[in-house]
Ligand binder design. Structure first.
Ligand SMILES: [Zn+2]
Length: 81
């Protein structure tokens, strides 16, 4: 990892709500996990709270209220910018 990416990741930690935690979690997943998560996000019959709960149980850093998952699904997170 380059110095700049280290600095950017430290900056991101100081602004927890400005960085989409779904994207951050996804960046550490395997390709299979990413595909499963994208399929789950696209399936509107699966509640965001369930996806959030499973991600937390697997050790990903998400808030308990599933706000990042909901924002990511709506396209309201910083991924869309
Ligand atoms: Zn996002």
């Amino acid at each position: 990892m380059g110095l700049m990416s280290d600095i950017q990741s430290e900056v991101a930690k100081t602004r927890p709500t400005s960085v989409c935690r779904v994207r951050r979690a996804m960046s550490t997943m395997t390709k299979d996990e990413q595909a499963d998560l994208e399929a789950a996000l696209a399936d509107k019959t699966i509640p965001a709270t369930i996806i959030n709960k499973v991600l937390i149980s697997r050790g990903f850093e998400l808030d308990r209220k599933a706000e990042h998952v909901q924002a990511h699904r709506r396209g309201a997170c910083d991924c869309a910018r």
